[in-house]
Write a protein that binds this ligand. Structure first.
Ligand code: CMC
Length: 392
């Protein structure tokens, strides 16, 4: 038996997928057959979701039906609203609220006629495809409801006439977003919707592989995304950018961080040895947004671009042995700040996007399933003898 241990599953190819492909050395990302450049700035988020689920572009009629179907699941069950508001009132993070909210989203399923449940207690109304749409549709409402409660405000009911991205922004403030804001957010959602077997997606697939339900897979995936090494980086990136924006000497600030042994957030990646292609797409989106007439604070944008240049320079000087390049989180922070997403919602907004990938992966896993069950190499002791409690 081969007992080679690959910590972090580094380099392990665990299964096939048609959803996305990453070339870490060339810095290329393909989503549903489209290069990221082709997809991110052209597609609405609904079109991207359709491509992931159906493996083709929708016709105009199919897209209209799909948008209506998604919009039909936007409202939360009362108990979901209660738990999300309790999370906000209890000072919990948006990611905790997202986990609690999505865990209760099965309450929005139509009840089984006779309340009958299967051998494992699943409801008769469970349908993987519908659960996928419920998860995608409800996450933005969960996050916006959390935000409103945190701000001491009443939640804003979703509007079915707005796009998925437009409605998310609308539910945060009650104001209709500008076209630039919607396009900026949509490009972000498309850019991060899927990314191979990253930690949260793999978590979701492992859950689906037990033939559990899609909402359980999404709940586990939200938990995995919460960690600072995965989805938790854009908040700290913005802190760093605010600090460099306020300072005269960007290099001195970044050098001090590295001297103190800190990592520069928004740099480095397990798979990419060159600049993350999502950073490239989002940096174009950021430039378009901040330079548009109805866009954002150009001063902040200029300072962020300077910070990237200085940081790349410093990292390549100090660690020429590593390829510490800009990752997706760097420009995520810049784009999300611009379109009006509050910083405490950055990771949860990543979940609003990635839930498209999680659900498509869960469905892909269920369609051709084999339970995920790697082996472990035991490094503990053997042959211990039992000592009774009063002799220890
Ligand atoms: N700044 C400074 N040094 C760094 C950085 C950084 N951003 N990233 C890695 N290093 C150093 C690290 O200190 C280590 O040095 P040494 O060999 O002396 O101990 C070396 O590079 C290897 O680090 P690692 O943690 O073993 O690398 P990894 O491939 O396991 O981690 C990473 C990848 C993204 C977790 C890491 O680069 C990091 O912590 N970056 C900062 C946080 C961040 O931006 N996270 C978002 C990642 S993109 C999200 C996604 O795609 O899901």
């Amino acid at each position: 038996m081969d007992e080679t241990v690959r910590t972090g599953l580094d380099g392990v190819v665990a299964d096939e997928t048609r959803l996305s492909a990453i070339d870490g050395d060339l810095g290329e990302l393909t989503i549903g057959g489209f290069s990221l450049d082709e997809l991110a700035g052209n597609a609405t988020f609904e079109e991207t979701l359709f491509v992931l689920y159906e493996d083709r572009l929708p016709t105009a009629d199919e897209l209209a039906d799909f948008r209506d179907e998604l919009a039909g699941y936007r409202s939360l069950a009362p108990a979901t609203r209660t738990v999300v508001e309790a999370a906000a009132e209890g000072g919990q993070s948006a990611m905790d609220a997202a986990r609690m909210g999505i865990a209760s989203a099965s309450l929005a399923r139509p009840a089984a006629d006779d309340g009958a449940s299967g051998a494992n207690g699943e409801t008769a109304s469970e349908e993987p495809e519908r659960d996928a749409l419920v998860a995608v549709s409800q996450l933005p409402t969960i996050v916006a409801t959390y935000w409103r409660a945190r701000e001491g405000a009443e939640p804003i009911e979703p509007r079915s006439d707005l796009s998925h991205a437009g409605n998310y922004l609308y539910m945060l403030t009650g104001e209709e977003p500008t076209d630039s804001e919607v396009r900026g957010l949509e490009t972000y959602l498309n850019a991060v919707v899927d990314h191979g077997f990253n930690a949260s997606t793999f978590t979701g697939r492992a859950i689906a592989s037990t033939e559990s339900d899609v909402l359980s897979a999404v709940t586990g995936a939200v938990g995995a995304l919460k960690g600072p090494l995965h989805g938790g980086a854009p908040g700290p990136v913005l802190d760093m950018l605010d600090e460099t924006h306020a300072a005269d000497d960007v290099r001195a600030i970044l050098e001090a961080k590295l001297d103190a042994g800190e990592r520069l957030m928004g740099f480095g990646h397990r798979v990419y040895t060159v600049r993350d292609p999502r950073a490239a797409v989002l940096s174009e989106a950021a430039e378009a947004f901040y330079r548009a007439d109805d866009g954002g604070d150009e001063d902040f944008y200029e300072s962020a671009v300077e910070t990237e240049t200085v940081a790349r320079d410093l990292l390549s000087d100090r660690r020429p042995d590593l390829d510490l390049e800009t990752n997706v989180e760097f420009y995520t922070a810049i784009v999300l700040r611009g379109v009006g997403i509050p910083q405490p919602l950055f990771s949860a907004t990543f979940a609003v996007a990635r839930v498209g990938g999680w659900t498509a992966h869960a469905l892909e896993q269920l369609a051709d399933n084999r339970i995920v069950r790697p082996r472990s190499k035991y490094v503990g002791e053997y042959g211990r003898t039992w000592t009774s409690i009063d002799e220890r």
